[in-house]
Design a protein around this ligand. Structure first.
Ligand code: AMP
Length: 283
């Protein structure tokens, strides 16, 4: 595995690979690699001759009060995981090389990015689509895999490549969970043992939704309220939002129509750690 830190060298390398007819697959991460990231690497490896993993903690997608400076950066451990997972190129640029002096152009996400994570984290999705556009230009992939864990991000990125005619296939990968159902996340290390155990309440909420929708209940708003109450009963837990949305537009859905797809979105504070999760349902 080759480690590259310079955008220009990564871009020249990707161009050479394309000239040699290699199919390039990319997985973009902020590092602190875990099972979720590794599953994305496996998925991209199955359809690509060359796998590029990017690790970049992108300051533009963090708000001023968020955890940019304390975000975990265990680089040597990440590099070992990437090598073991069969990554060919690890692209880990510095902030200065991605946003050199004079940088001033950015991409703006549209209405899918307005609610939920976009509302709670102003500017977040503009930062995401800007860095994803740059990383796609630099790594020149045929395929890019993103996790459904960040479902709104995946929807925003699908829209980005359609709207800007970016020639890449975007693939969504299923959420990897711990044994108790908690979605694996780099931020789970901030949880105490007790919080981690209690955090299974998010998954219990998803299971409640599944049972109710299987019973053909259509009042999505009512189901979301029940899940909110389940979570609020957990000491130290506080809901940021729990809601069903139309899966493509990410607008709230209160009542289900037969055979339509809806996504349940959850954002919950466990102490001061913010957890997100989601699940897709067909009514
Ligand atoms: P991050 O490093 O948190 O920016 O995540 C990088 C990629 O990994 C994104 O596409 C995430 O959606 C994906 N990802 C993070 N956690 C999981 C998980 N538990 N299961 C599947 N994909 C995940």
């Amino acid at each position: 595995m080759q480690i590259i830190t310079e955008p220009a060298l990564m871009q020249a390398t990707a161009e050479k690979l394309r000239l040699h007819r290699q199919r390039i697959g990319v997985v973009m991460t902020m590092g602190a690699l875990h099972e979720g990231h590794l599953s994305l690497i496996q998925q991209v490896r199955s359809v690509s001759g060359t796998v590029i993993l990017t690790i970049f903690v992108n300051p533009k997608q963090f708000g001023p009060d968020e955890d940019f400076h304390r975000y975990p950066r265990p680089f040597d451990q990440d590099a070992a995981h990437a090598r073991a997972a069969g990554v060919d190129y690890l692209f880990a640029p510095s902030v200065e090389s991605m946003y050199p002096e004079g940088f001033q152009t950015s991409v703006r996400a549209g209405s899918i990015a307005e609610g939920f994570e976009g509302m709670k984290r102003p500017g977040h999705f503009d930062g995401v689509v800007t860095v994803v556009t740059k990383l796609l230009q630099i790594t020149k992939p045929h395929t890019a895999v993103f996790g459904e864990k960040d479902a709104q991000q995946l929807a925003v990125i699908r829209r980005l490549v359609r709207d800007l005619n970016i020639d890449v296939e975007i693939v969504g990968a299923p959420i990897i969970r711990e044994k108790n159902g908690l979605a694996v996340s780099s931020r789970n290390i901030y949880l105490s043992g007790e919080q981690r155990e209690a955090a299974q309440v998010l998954y219990m909420g998803i299971c409640h939704a599944r049972r109710e929708i299987e019973k053909k209940r259509t009042d999505l708003f009512g189901i979301a309220n029940e899940i909110e109450r389940m979570i609020a009963e957990e000491p130290g837990f506080r809901c940021d939002y729990v809601a069903f949305v139309d899966d493509e537009l990410f607008v709230p859905a209160e009542t289900a129509e037969p055979d339509k797809k809806y996504r349940l979105l959850l954002a919950v504070y466990a102490g001061n750690v913010r957890l997100i999760d989601n699940c897709l349902f067909t009514a």
